[in-house]
Write a protein of this length. Structure first.
Length: 197
């Protein structure tokens, strides 16, 4: 699979709009944000059966929308465009790699690498790699969110978009060294940009 940038993905979704992905998830996120602001903390009540069926058809569960709605309300991020691109990455993996078959396995929070774990001296990288893989596979447990505050801090530090990182993890096919090279290249580009400005 060739890695696609977020700009390419926006164009792809806007052009093809498979299953109206450009409209439905954003509407669900706004709906979730409204319910969260109103004090509803039960993600099981956020959607009708038809809405849950749509989410399942693209490899998502209500908790995925709830988590992003919660962080959007409490932290102001991620915005709906970011959520859309993350959802598109999961949908594509679900369709093309998993052939629409849901993953029965869930990874618990205590099975993830420690928050202090490092890869080639880079903290958080082992953890976010495993979270990205599990999100792509639909294997994150109810209590774990891909693109949480810690993930967003890491991604901003390395000038990476959350959806770009997901697709890089997908393209790496399990090779952490390829992901390390991807992150290192992005970091070098950030410092080179700073020096030239």
């Amino acid at each position: 699979m060739h890695f696609k940038t977020t700009a390419n993905m926006v164009g792809l979704v806007q052009t093809h709009g498979t299953e109206h992905l450009d409209k439905k998830p954003s509407r669900r996120l706004r709906q979730g944000a409204s319910l969260y602001r109103d004090g509803n903390r039960n993600d099981a009540t956020y959607f009708t059966d038809d809405e849950k069926s749509f989410l399942a058809s693209i490899g998502l569960r209500p908790i995925h929308v709830y988590d992003y709605a919660e962080d959007f309300v409490t932290c102001g991020e991620p915005d709906w465009e970011t959520f859309l691109l993350i959802a598109a990455a999961r949908r594509d993996y679900f369709l093309f790699e998993q052939k629409r078959l849901a993953n029965p396995v869930e990874i618990r929070a205590d099975q993830l690498p420690s928050k202090r774990a490092t890869l080639d001296g880079i903290p958080w990288l082992p953890r976010i790699i495993q979270k990205a893989r599990c999100f792509l596979e639909g294997a994150l447990c109810h209590d774990v969110m891909y693109c949480c505050g810690g993930d967003r801090h890491f991604l901003k530090e390395h000038t990476l978009h959350p959806a770009d990182f997901l697709r890089a993890v997908w393209a790496a096919k399990g090779d952490d060294q390829n992901i390390l090279a991807f992150v290192t290249k992005a970091t070098r580009g950030k410092f080179a940009s700073r020096q030239s400005s």
